[in-house]
Design a protein around this ligand. Structure first.
Ligand SMILES: C[S@@+](CC[C@H](N)C(=O)[O-])C[C@H]1O[C@@H](n2cnc3c(N)ncnc32)[C@H](O)[C@@H]1O
Length: 226
């Protein structure tokens, strides 16, 4: 039985933050539950570089920092396109005594090639809601949900980076809903040698939320007891 990790203390999130930054919701909590479920597997991989794209409040990165703890210290980076989000993530990390480093950027563009083949743990809870394309790409709170066609416009720009970023035993956790056409995402990453498994799913109102895990096939066979 793996040790239970509490949700980070969110008391530093102010009313102003709530108007500007995505507040942890069902999708966030599903991702935290999936990471808790996979916690032994994650620790056993001994990740040294962790990167969360689209960190919002920073709660997922701070949770991971707590999950890895002092026994498995890792460099935890997270990005967001919304300056209010990176600002809050920095405060949340400090408030919880962790050392997450938020970076304001579009996806992972500020890193150039620097993180190629170095990321052991990659995460993205993207804006996945199907919306008109015109709503995509604004760097305020609407960037939290506006996913454009099939809810995939932001994710599709990120997918080509996934295999390049992952280290040889790296793993990518992705939040998605059925409308995102999961089999197309699976096929896209399969072409780069990454295999997909479903870690957890949950119905929340009209949404069927899923947490998917992608990793190189040989690693999937070696590391997962499931
Ligand atoms: C569904 S929210 C998830 C927030 C947080 N990770 C969570 O699970 O609660 C999606 C996040 O992605 C960010 N985002 C959207 N487009 C982005 C982009 N092009 N680059 C970086 N972050 C982006 C949004 O600002 C938002 O914070």
């Amino acid at each position: 039985m793996s040790e239970y990790i509490a949700t980070p203390d969110m008391n530093c999130m102010t009313e102003k933050d709530r108007n500007l930054v995505y507040e942890p919701a069902e999708d966030t909590f599903l991702l935290l539950d999936a990471l808790q479920k996979d916690s032994e597997n994650i620790r056993n991989r001994r990740p040294t570089v962790v990167l969360e794209v689209g960190c919002g409040s920073g709660v997922v990165s701070v949770f991971l920092s707590e999950l890895l703890g002092k026994s498995h210290p890792a460099h935890i980076l997270c990005t967001d396109i919304n300056p209010a989000a990176t600002n809050l993530a920095r405060r949340l990390s400090f408030h919880n005594g962790q050392q997450v480093q938020p970076v304001l950027t579009d996806l992972v563009s500020c890193f150039g090639d620097q993180l190629n083949s170095k990321v052991d743990l990659l995460l993205f809870n993207p804006p996945y809601v199907v919306t008109p394309s015109q709503e995509v790409g604004i760097s305020d709170i609407s960037a939290s949900w506006a996913g454009g066609v099939d809810g995939r416009e932001v994710l599709d720009r990120f997918l080509p980076h996934v295999e390049k970023l992952l280290s040889s035993n790296g793993v990518f956790y992705l939040v998605a809903i059925k409308e995102n056409k999961i089999e197309e995402i699976q096929e896209h990453l399969r072409k780069f040698g990454l295999s997909m498994s479903l870690v957890m799913d949950r119905r929340s109102g009209p949404e069927h939320l899923m947490v998917l895990r992608f990793e190189r096939l040989h690693v999937a066979l070696l590391c997962n007891g499931d």
